[in-house]
Write a protein that binds this ligand. Sequence first.
Ligand SMILES: [Zn+2]
Length: 184
Amino acid sequence: MAIHGQLRGVERELIRDLKEATISVSQLAKKYGVSRQTIYGFIGRKGVKRPAREHTKQCSICQGLIRIARKQHSDFLASHTIREELGVGKAAFFYHIRILRSKRLVSQKFGKLYSRRAERAYQIYFKKRIPVRTIGKLVGLKNFWSIIRKHKDLGWNVPAPLFTYNSKDRRRSAAKRIRRKKQG
Ligand SMILES: [Zn+2]
């Protein structure tokens, strides 16, 4: 009776979790604040069929990819950088990442950035309060703005820039432009 009581009210949620192969019994025990034995008992009583342990759980490449994907702004890492960190070739990278995307274990955008320059630009964009145009110049991208716009259009979750023009900045940069023009 006590064991029953522990899981009362969360049965439906627990069944859903159990059908999800990515969550282990240990993790579930922790999540619901019960012992693993209690979870196993529940599985037996309810006759829940757990999916077979999947490739992604056992595969070190997939696990490595998941680990990297959990980092902040990981969608903006260049595929080259990710491959380098894991020491995998292109073919292997695409094979495993496709599995992970189809199972929604990583974001659909993860690993889809190919330009290392864009990656460098985004790294600055996330950390520094400087204008997008300046960031572009720093990394040698003329069109960083249009890259951002394109990514947004394609559904990338690009945060707003840290740098925002206020009217004073605007006047100043306009004045600078005029000065530059006059100089030649
Ligand atoms: Zn794999």
